[in-house]
Design a protein around this ligand. Structure first.
Ligand code: CA
Length: 657
């Protein structure tokens, strides 16, 4: 291909290195000493073996370079990105391999257009600077993950026997190409995030044939390399144990049980250590983290939305900062080294995948389409219509890279070197924790005087904050049910307070959602054939529970339902409760309020027909210090025919101060 020719012609220095590699063996660029002068705080990971795998998935580098991306070293000089990775402690490059990521007209699917030729190219460059290659066979024509494991088009109509043979032949052929190119292959994974499906197969009985076939090919071509199997979702209780047990049952020949670990979704590091250790001990396997990453910024830089940014309902245990990114990586490494049995490595995904341009979506899109440097091009639509076909575009992880949008390495890249030695520079505030505040409507809003600073060593420390809001603005905010974001200054950083002005409810179990009656109680129980908390979402005003009553005979519903509330602050309150029902005949239904046992307010109510809710509200309830308020509903129905029935729900006691 023209583009590759151009790249090689332009990379004369790299060519010379390959030449050296062929004759004398590569000279490693991975340092054996600590890099001096970094501002990054890194707590040393104790007990780290020299050969611990510190990997970087760099699958998209070639298409990035074809798209015009230039990579630099810390001195600001343009340099082979694999050398820069090696110089900062990365000792393994991971690369994905798809069988045939091109359409009928030879147009790339994107995501780096990673076929075996790309892997050879990347492998040669990694080997030239002393790093090993970790080959990641997806056994698909495009992305394979827990959501999809599509069979390569050429294998679509094969029986499992044919597919097994094809896997063996394909993996063997690919590995031979790497061997011929003198690539230093350290590990090969058969399948990517194979949570119970692989290559279009969805039974372990079939999957294990494919894994066996791939493993056999690895043993034959690279007998020194480790065979890895790779899974995701360690947080799903029992799932890894289940996979490992099946692999053992089928006697699948592998060395490494590997896991993805994305802290936003994959549970705690302690859990990860626990599930991996269990497998290491039970099945005598090596274990590792095959993919991890963290955002250094919430900003997108390529006009194509990111997986992780501001907002979202994922766990965010570290700040989105260069230091936060490094701390996550350091802690994952520490977990695998010191808390996990037989832990052999951690690979970052994908620190070199940055924006291809800075002008516009259209300009970038043209490059993604032409060179395959986005996560998917439109040419993948035919193969993957439901995902790539709908959402094709740029890079969704450019804010998790370890290079900035202009190709300069971030200080966090040095974590791969510094974890071995520690770099405990002076600790300072790196980011501020957001504050979430709930304030009762019409009450004075009390903003906190300090916020927690997240320090560079991952500790927390309170620092004084000045909120950028006036008293008049706060008073105005307090008068409406709404949500606000208030900014503040603390230690030179910007603090954020997410303020929610809500109606507090001083009642417990106000909508019977505990499924129990308590602390409500039935008083003056005259009669009702049925009177209980009912679990029926269709008959509830909100939630799934409510109080149900029914009687067959005429004039047979008569009860009071109430809840005492002690310890209220002195002030003015309002109370409301809702009811629906029917077949009632003459009724006497009302919400009531007692203060120290004496009725001080009442709101008449009625029941009419199904699903027509009526709310009784008592306002202006004055409560003095030490008084007990009791709120309730009285229901008396002189029902005709089938008797009365009804549902009571959603009581509210709120301050009017
Ligand atoms: Ca992006």
């Amino acid at each position: 291909m023209k583009t590759i020719e151009k790249l090689i012609a332009g990379g004369l220095a790299a060519m010379m290195l390959f030449a050296c590699a062929c004759t004398k063996g590569p000279e490693s660029a991975v340092p054996t000493e600590k890099i001096d002068g970094s501002s990054l705080y890194v707590k040393k990971v104790e007990n780290m073996p020299d050969d611990f795998i510190l990997g970087m998935d760099a699958s998209s580098v070639i298409t990035e370079e074809q798209s015009g991306v230039r990579y630099y070293n810390f001195a600001g000089v343009e340099q082979d990105v694999f050398r820069t990775l090696a110089e900062n402690g990365v000792n393994t490059i991971r690369v994905r391999v798809w069988n045939d990521p091109y359409d009928e007209d030879g147009r790339g699917f994107g995501g780096g257009n990673n076929d075996i030729d790309k892997a050879v190219e990347i492998g040669k460059r990694a080997t030239a600077v002393g790093m090993k290659l970790l080959v990641d066979f997806h056994l698909s024509d495009f992305w394979a993950d827990p959501g999809k494991q599509m069979v390569p088009r050429a294998w679509a109509n094969m029986s499992i026997e044919e597919k097994t043979n094809a896997t063996y032949d394909y993996v063997k052929d690919c590995l031979k190409k790497l061997k011929k190119a003198k690539v230093d292959v350290g590990m090969v994974q058969i399948g990517n995030e194979t949570n119970g499906s692989l290559c279009g197969e969805t039974t372990w009985f079939n999957i294990q044939y494919l894994m066996q076939a791939g493993s056999k090919a690895v043993r034959e071509v690279f007998p020194e390399a480790l065979v890895a199997l790779h899974f995701a979702n360690p947080e799903k209780a029992g799932s890894y144990e289940d996979y490992a047990k099946k692999l053992s049952y089928y006697s699948v020949d592998y060395d490494v049980f590997a896991s993805s670990y994305y802290p936003y979704w994959h549970g705690t590091l302690d859990n990860l250590a626990s599930v991996l250790s269990n497998i290491a001990k039970t099945y005598n396997k090596k274990v590792m983290v095959m993919e991890t990453s963290y955002a250094y910024t919430a900003e997108d830089s390529d006009f194509s939305g990111n997986t992780i940014g501001e907002g979202g309902t994922f766990a965010k245990d570290y700040p989105f900062s260069v230091q936060g990114q490094a701390n996550l990586v350091r802690n994952v490494i520490d977990t695998v080294v010191n808390k996990t049995e037989n832990g052999i490595g951690v690979v970052y995904w994908e620190g070199t995948w940055i924006t291809v341009g800075h002008e516009s979506f259209e300009a970038n899109s043209a490059l993604w389409q032409k060179y395959g440097s986005g996560w998917a091009s439109s040419y993948a639509s035919g193969y993957d219509p439901n995902d790539a076909g709908k959402y094709y575009g740029g890079c969704a992880v450019d804010n998790q890279a370890m290079f900035d949008p202009y190709g300069k390495p971030l200080e966090s890249l040095r974590v791969f070197n510094l974890v071995r030695y520690g770099n405990e520079v002076e600790v300072k505030a790196d980011a501020l924790e957001d504050v979430t505040l709930f304030s009762n409507i019409n009450s004075r809003i009390e903003l906190p005087e300090t916020v927690n600073a997240i320090m560079t060593d991952d500790s927390r420390q309170p620092v004084p904050v000045t909120w950028n809001v006036t008293d008049a603005e706060l008073e105005n905010m307090a008068s409406k049910l709404s949500s606000y974001e208030i900014a503040g200054d603390a230690d030179g950083l910007t603090a954020h307070c997410f303020l929610n002005v809500i109606e507090f409810n001083f009642l417990e179990n106000p909508g019977f959602e505990s499924g129990e009656l308590s602390p409500w109680r039935i008083t003056e129980y005259g009669r009702a054939d049925e009177l209980y908390v009912e679990d029926k979402i269709t008959d509830s005003k909100t939630g799934q529970f409510h109080m149900h009553f029914w009687s067959a005979a005429k004039n047979s519903v008569d009860f009071r339902l109430e809840q005492p509330v002690a310890g209220l602050e002195a002030g003015t309150y309002k109370y409301s409760i809702s009811i629906m029902g029917g077949d009632a005949g003459d009724t006497e239904i009302y919400a009531y309020v007692l203060v120290d046992g004496v009725e001080v307010g009442r709101a008449e109510m009625e029941i009419t027909v199904y699903n027509e809710w009526h709310t009784g509200t008592v306002t202006g309830i004055e409560v003095a210090e030490g008084q007990t308020l009791t709120v309730g509903i009285c229901v008396k129905c002189a029902g005709e025919g089938n008797g009365a029935w009804g549902k009571i729900d959603d009581a509210m006691l709120n301050s009017m101060n």
